[in-house]
Write a protein that binds this ligand. Structure first.
Ligand SMILES: [Zn+2]
Length: 270
């Protein structure tokens, strides 16, 4: 093999590897178009916003915006270049989600669980990591996004009812169909935890707070909780252990962020 041919082979191998490896080095099957998923996500997000009640509590809105802004600022291209949109829904469910293309939804119910800005940053970092690690695409590529929710999505996107408003249930099942609210696979959840910790630490939030968050979630989580993305993932020992194992890597990132003067002044004022 001559040098030229070898070079081509190496470049080719790198491209292939880049296409099929997640941020933590997990092999990933990606066959769907990101642009298509992003378009679906944008429609669904708009349907959420026009159907579910948005919070009008200035203190909550400012708090969530402050934390989300600080975390998003630390992302890498192309995710640092997109304009992230944030919606805060007045709803007692303990949940949050993020969608391809940079949409973040937070339910006010989760603000009762997150005791401070560090814990909320753990939630937001986790959700954003699902997007940057292309988890929805991965689910779609595996054919996991099927079922009744897709029909609801078709109604919403296709305007099946003339002039009719969509019910909250229709919108929610459409979001669930896109894999935005239902639990992802274990590998994806662990990955979102790991990558999310890095994002929050880079922004100047204490990565140790993620342990408190999941313990709060676990304590609050009733036995008959509905299937929600966050609350169906109990803070089992493995998860907590994984989070603690990341401290060695993420605490120096956090300390560096503080040394660089990153100290987001987002406060829970209620
Ligand atoms: Zn998750």
């Amino acid at each position: 093999m001559n040098a030229h041919k070898l070079l081509i082979t190496i470049v080719f191998s790198i491209v292939i590897a880049a296409c099929s490896t997640s941020p933590t080095g997990r092999p990933q099957l990606i066959t769907k178009s990101d642009a298509e998923l992003e378009a679906q996500a944008a429609s669904t997000f708009n349907a959420y916003r026009s159907t579910l009640p948005l919070s009008t509590d200035r203190r909550k809105i400012d708090f969530v915006h402050c934390v989300a802004q600080a975390v998003v600022t630390e992302l890498y291209p192309p995710y640092s270049d997109i304009e992230w949109e944030l919606a805060i829904f007045e709803d007692k469910q303990v949940n949050a989600f993020a969608m391809p293309g940079g949409k973040i939804g937070v339910y006010t119910g989760i603000l009762d669980i997150t005791e401070d800005e560090h814990q909320l940053a753990a939630v937001i970092g986790h959700e954003i990591a699902h997007v940057t690690a292309r988890h929805v695409n991965e689910r779609a590529s595996r054919g996991a996004l099927t079922g009744i929710g897709i029909e609801a999505l078709a109604v919403i996107l296709g305007g099946g009812y003339t002039g009719g408003a969509y019910t909250a249930n229709q919108v929610l099942s459409a979001g669930a169909a896109l894999g935005m609210e239902l639990p992802m696979g274990r590998g994806q959840e662990t990955e979102a935890d790991v990558v999310g910790l890095e994002y929050m630490a880079k922004a100047g939030f204490d990565p140790r707070a993620a342990v408190d968050l999941w313990q709060n979630m676990s304590a609050k989580n009733g036995k008959k909780a509905p299937p929600e993305h966050l609350s169906t993932h109990p803070a089992n020992e493995t998860r907590i252990e994984n989070l603690i194992n990341q401290w060695q890597k993420t605490l120096p990132i956090y300390n560096q962020a503080l040394a660089d003067g990153k100290n987001p002044t987002c406060k829970k004022t209620w």
